[in-house]
Design a protein around this ligand. Structure first.
Ligand code: ZN
Length: 353
């Protein structure tokens, strides 16, 4: 590709459809057809980057050799089940390697300012994949591998991963919960799969405080998501001051999603995208990339993709105009209070819009 610091780099390729789901599985190839359709009006802003596989060294920064071997040795076999809902097909190792490698490649380009933002529209997703086993439709933890590459290859010191997938990113949390250099913030439905992500899970040892879980009851929508971003995520991110923000971008909190129980609308995703871009502008010279995670309604994937693209191509990033109100007795107020009990001492401005 030619370098263009005003363009948005995109990895999106039909090869990511070659990870073949069993019949009826929600993490299916058609998801990317929906994303591709949603991207059509934005092609003038996008610079397409060819996918490339991950090197073993890149994968082994996050996963054990046994994990890598388990995925590698599934190549060429149909009908692999790594667990009850995590499958592999003949080409899954190759596709998962492309997903991780391409996400690394985009992250490095964004960090080096060859482009101004990135969208890694890949599958399989990654945030449930643990150090030593695939899980929850995820084979390699794409976003974690990219974060480690940014540190190892470019020397970036502090990174933020914002995970707004409806599920908690257990694998990503576990990759960084001992590490104060990577701020992991997750909004997710709770209690829900995978069962982790309660408020008190706030990091371990030197990493205490740089894991921030914002578990939400089913039924939350735009007010809670945007309100938590404004009042919890923004103050924490400003204080942490990351050098780049990577969004683990699931669209399964969308109101049409068949797995999630949340109610986020297209307008909600647009507000979230605008807010994240404005945050990235303020704290890290707008170094921002989105990495696709879940999202199982084709309508949700399309609306969500358009929302993040609208957020990225707007002339100026904007915070949503007015702070979301959090009156006493509201779900948002209860969530802010619960999060403040864990994180408020470290963040005196926590809860303010
Ligand atoms: Zn999910």
């Amino acid at each position: 590709m030619t370098e263009d610091p005003t363009s948005i780099a995109l990895v999106e390729d039909t090869r990511f459809q070659d990870h073949r789901a069993p019949a009826g599985h929600p993490e299916r190839s058609e998801r990317l057809v929906a994303v591709s359709r949603a991207l059509e009006p934005y092609l003038e802003h996008l610079t397409r980057v060819a996918p490339r596989p991950a090197g073993d060294e890149e994968i082994l920064r996050v996963h054990s050799p046994e994990h890598l071997e388990a995925i590698t040795s599934s190549a060429g076999q149909s009908g692999t089940h790594f667990d009850a809902d995590t499958f592999g097909s003949e080409d899954s190792f190759a596709v998962a390697s492309l997903a991780a490698g391409s996400t690394v490649d985009l992250a490095l380009r964004v960090a080096k300012r060859e482009v101004r933002a990135g969208l890694s529209a890949i599958r399989p997703p990654g945030h449930h994949a643990e150090n030593d086993h695939p899980m929850g439709f995820c084979l390699f933890n794409n976003v974690a591998i990219a974060a480690r590459a940014l540190q190892a290859e470019l020397g970036l010191e502090k990174l933020m991963i914002l995970d707004w997938d409806v599920h908690h990113g257990n694998g990503t949390q576990h990759s960084f919960e001992h590490d104060p250099t990577v701020l992991y913030v997750s909004t997710h439905q709770y209690p829900f799969y995978p069962g982790t992500g309660a408020f008190p899970e706030a990091g371990i040892g030197a990493g205490l405080g740089t894991t921030v879980n914002l578990p939400m009851p089913a039924g939350c929508g735009d007010a809670e998501y945007v309100g938590l971003l404004q009042r919890a995520v923004v103050p924490i991110a400003r204080r942490f001051a990351p050098e780049m923000i990577l969004v683990s971008c699931g669209f399964d909190a969308h109101r049409d999603d068949p797995l999630g129980g949340m109610q986020v609308s297209a307008a909600g995703y647009l507000a979230m995208a605008g807010l994240v871009r404005a945050l990235a502008r303020d704290v890290c010279q707008e170094r921002l990339m989105y990495v696709l995670e879940g999202g199982y309604a084709l309508s949700g994937l399309e609306e969500g993709t358009r929302a993040i693209m609208d957020g990225l191509v707007a002339p100026e990033p904007t915070y949503p105009g007015t702070p979301i109100p959090a009156p006493p007795g509201s779900t948002l107020q209860a969530l802010i209070e619960a999060a403040a009990q864990v994180h408020g001492q470290r963040h005196p401005d926590f809860g303010a819009p």
